[in-house]
Design a protein. Structure first.
Length: 214
């Protein structure tokens, strides 16, 4: 128990004895005072715990603020570097702009100071180039047209080749059927020459197949 706290000796036996020897109102008042002091002690303990918790939260907040401050400093540094780089880029662009303006002015001055004959020659060359451009455009249109025609011819050629292939295959099948029929007919003639009467089964049903070649 803390001895510096007021009325810290209320729990002592001597104090209790002293109180019991006094009159009753004083005893009641002292008991009430003792209860109040105990409540104050409990409140002080609770407040101390709350202060400790608040100190921990304050420490966490302080640490968080320090981290945010460091991040803010880094962002500020990055922003300053970006602004500096933008300034350098702007200066470089400004130099290029001035150089372009100077070059354009020099070219304009040279063109204006050129003699009329050279200007006419340049105009003729310009006209020639424009005519060549028109010719190239016309040739491009012709090439596109002929390419379309070639695609159509190529497509028809492929279709014709397919038809020829199908006709050849049909012709090959027809030749095979004709050869088989000829062999059967030959066997029937041999039976007739031997004097055997041909039967319906021996002759079979023969057909004359005409083959058309492309």
């Amino acid at each position: 128990m803390n001895n510096d706290f007021p009325f810290s000796n209320l729990d002592d036996e001597d104090f209790q004895i002293t109180v019991t020897k006094t009159n009753h109102p004083v005893k009641m008042e002292m008991n009430s005072l003792k209860i109040n002091i105990q409540k104050l002690r409990n409140e002080i303990v609770a407040q101390e715990k709350e202060i400790v918790n608040k100190n921990a939260r304050i420490s966490d907040l302080a640490l968080s603020l320090e981290v945010k401050e460091e991040m803010h400093d880094e962002e500020c540094e990055q922003l300053e570097n970006f602004i500096k780089a933008q300034g350098e880029q702007y200066e470089e662009l400004e130099k290029q702009r001035r150089f372009a303006e100077s070059t354009l002015f020099s070219v304009q001055t040279s063109v204006e100071s050129a003699n009329r004959g050279l200007y006419q020659e340049l105009q003729q060359e310009k006209q020639t180039v424009q005519e060549w451009i028109k010719i190239c455009e016309k040739q491009s249109e012709d090439i596109t047209h002929y390419r379309s025609l070639w695609e159509n011819v190529k497509l028809k050629l492929e279709e014709t080749q397919i038809e020829i292939s199908m006709l050849k295959q049909s012709s090959s099948n027809g030749n095979n059927n004709t050869a088989q029929n000829n062999m059967r007919y030959s066997r029937g003639q041999n039976h007739r020459s031997r004097g055997n009467r041909p039967t319906r089964r021996g002759f079979g049903n023969y057909k004359i197949v005409s083959v058309l070649y492309p």
